[in-house]
Design a binder for this molecule. Structure first.
Ligand SMILES: CC(C)(COP(=O)(O)OP(=O)(O)OC[C@H]1O[C@@H](n2cnc3c(N)ncnc32)[C@H](O)[C@@H]1OP(=O)(O)O)[C@@H](O)C(=O)NCCC(=O)NCCSC(=O)CCC(=O)c1ccccc1C(=O)O
Length: 265
């Protein structure tokens, strides 16, 4: 897919130096549908192949949300995430390409990062957040889970107890807490968010790309076995998401009511 064809995201190469990918579905709080995921994968492929690009900034439009994960309304209506290029929902491939692209990926978190949107920033190499950003998982409330990188790798980042706290209590954490926990690298005023990400990108752009490539793959190697767990988890999630229990979560969200999961105990 060409960047000119993108409808859910924007893709720009700035200063012949770094790519900026902006999720722009503000009417659905920057949640992703199948097409959004296809476009994100395509954007990362463009950034990978473009020799001008030394690093990638992943951010989102507006001030409310970075990404609120899967489009729960779409899922409540259709049981899925809408049409895709190949007929498959490629979220796992998106996770892989963020890890595999041999260039550092910087998340610039401009609002809430929740559910699958939180997982996206966790997978990025670096995260800068604005002071108003908040962080949370939501799966068990809406009939979903990420039993691969979204939980096991998260535990590497913040530690076992905190990762379990994030997934079992489903609280929202402010940016200061996220920084204290090592979930983000820096917190800055909103008007400095993109400039900080750009400044990091420029510095990265002045370093040896080969050294960076080897370092990124070296960091990844230690946790890459989680790919196998991710495959299993996404196989399970695809079935769970359309089950009665999974759909109860999505429908309750769309109907603005509390889900009733007690009958599934
Ligand atoms: C983000 C909130 C905490 C914001 O709360 P608040 O500020 O009170 O605003 P709201 O009034 O709730 O929301 C405003 C407006 O936006 C709509 N909206 C918000 N989030 C979404 C969303 N994710 N999808 C669609 N629409 C959304 C909301 O309905 C409102 O619309 P109105 O028309 O104005 O009423 C809060 O909104 C919130 O908690 N949102 C849901 C977050 C969430 O649960 N995300 C999904 C988590 S699960 C996931 O992301 C995994 C998906 C996945 O990767 C997957 C992979 C493979 C197979 C299956 C799956 C899977 O199905 O899970």
């Amino acid at each position: 897919m060409k960047p000119e064809e993108f409808t859910d995201i924007r893709y720009e190469v700035e200063e012949d130096d770094h790519a900026v990918i902006t999720i722009d579905r503000q009417e659905r709080m920057n949640s992703f549908r199948g097409r959004t995921v296809d476009e994100l994968i395509s954007a990362f492929k463009h950034a990978w192949a473009d020799h001008r690009v030394g690093s990638v900034i992943l951010t989102a439009a507006g001030e409310r949300a970075f990404c609120t994960g899967g489009d729960v309304k779409e899922r409540a209506e259709t049981g899925g995430y809408g049409e895709t290029e190949w007929g498959t929902f490629e979220i796992e491939r998106l996770h892989r390409i963020i890890r595999d692209i041999p260039k550092p990926v910087i998340a610039a978190v401009n609002g809430i990062a929740i559910g699958g949107g939180h997982v996206l920033h966790v997978l990025c190499d670096l995260t800068v957040a604005c002071e108003e950003a908040t962080f949370a998982q939501a799966g068990p409330r809406v009939g979903s889970f990420d039993a691969g990188f979204g939980s096991a790798y998260l535990a590497r980042v913040v530690g076992e107890k905190r990762a379990r706290q994030i997934w079992f209590l489903l609280d929202r954490y402010d940016a200061a807490t996220a920084e204290r926990w090592g979930l983000v690298n820096a917190v800055v005023p909103r008007d400095q968010l993109l400039d900080t990400a750009r400044e990091w990108a420029r510095r990265i752009g002045s370093y040896s790309p080969t050294a960076l490539r080897f370092l990124k793959h070296s960091f990844n190697a230690d946790s890459d076995h989680l790919s196998g767990i991710s495959h299993l988890a996404f196989d399970g999630l695809a079935q769970f998401a359309v089950s009665e229990e999974g759909m109860e979560g999505a429908q309750a969200f769309a109907e603005k009511r509390q889900p009733d999961f007690r009958r599934f105990r």
